[in-house]
Design a protein around this ligand. Structure first.
Ligand SMILES: Nc1ncnc2c1ncn2[C@@H]1O[C@H](COP(=O)(O)OP(=O)(O)O)[C@@H](O)[C@H]1O
Ligand SMILES: [Mg+2]
Length: 254
């Protein structure tokens, strides 16, 4: 197996003494792989993503990105390698759509014109024609459109790694279905290494190459489920119902 792009090795994290959120959390993600994290609310899914992006630091254990400790590179270098889609979109409300998408390129000091060209191309990619959407503010968008801006923002500096925290949550089922399809199409083309969090078991099984089920706190990886190759994964195709059943069992939902 190729060297892991992102690796958690025995990671511990707590926010209060004696109440660990993650404990001995270990997971390796291979290049180009899409991994779905599912687990109870409050189990530390967002915390795990933030540890990979250095929005938080681990108390113990190691987080490695491209084989080096996540603490090694400068934060700007890390942001260039890792795109982060924040739960609920997390857009800056007083910035236009284009300014939001340009966040990381601006941090990286790209010139204005290069930023604009990149932002407009990405808005086109996520199905928001820039002529119509660039100048709008987040409040002038639907939930699904805000999520798309969040995805465009995460892709802006073309990072090889994408962390997505419930990227298709809180949107209507029709839009969600369309965005999932777009994600698969994009991923076919871009082959990013992706870790995404979801509460939707069907989504985890449809989009993931593996599903990682987390237990209750203190959280470890409870179960890893490999999905059969090939897409789309039709609901009744080989291995799909079994995978969904296994995830349900591990989450205690059966
Ligand atoms: N910055 C923080 N300070 C204190 N507690 C936090 C902080 N961030 C998360 N937590 C707590 O850690 C636990 C895991 O949170 P989180 O990673 O957001 O869970 P999930 O994303 O799986 O729902 C929760 O109990 C949450 O309240
Ligand atoms: Mg969360």
């Amino acid at each position: 197996m190729a060297a892991a792009v992102l690796e958690f090795v025995g990671v511990g994290k707590s926010f209060a003494p004696g109440a660990p959120v993650l404990e001995d959390f270990t997971l390796a993600v291979s290049p180009g792989e899409t991994v779905a994290l599912v687990g109870p609310s409050g189990s530390g899914k967002t915390t795990a993503l933030k540890l990979a992006n250095r929005l938080l630091d681990a108390d113990s254990g190691e987080v490695h990105v491209f084989g080096e400790p996540v603490r090694a590179p400068e934060p700007a270098a890390l942001r260039r390698r890792i795109g982060y889609v924040i739960q609920e979109g997390g857009l800056f409300p007083h910035w236009s759509v284009r300014e939001n998408v340009e966040t990381v390129p601006r941090l990286l000091g790209w010139p204005d014109e290069k930023r604009r060209v990149r932002a407009e191309a990405l808005l086109e990619t996520v199905g928001l024609p820039p002529g119509e959407f660039s100048a709008r503010f987040p409040r002038e968008l639907s939930g699904g459109q805000r999520q798309r801006v969040g995805v465009a923002r995460a892709l802006a500096a073309d990072p090889p790694v994408l962390l997505m925290d419930e990227p298709f949550g809180a949107i209507d089922p029709i839009t969600r279905h369309r965005l999932q399809g777009e994600f698969l199409r994009l991923q076919d083309e871009l082959r990013k290494t992706v870790v995404f969090v979801t509460h939707d078991i069907e989504e985890a099984v449809q989009l993931g190459d593996r599903v990682i089920v987390l237990g209750p706190r203190p959280t470890r990886v409870r179960r890893v489920i490999e999905l059969p190759p090939g897409r789309p994964r039709l609901p009744a195709s080989c291995g799909v119902p079994e995978a969904e059943q296994t995830v349900m069992e591990e989450l205690g939902l059966t």
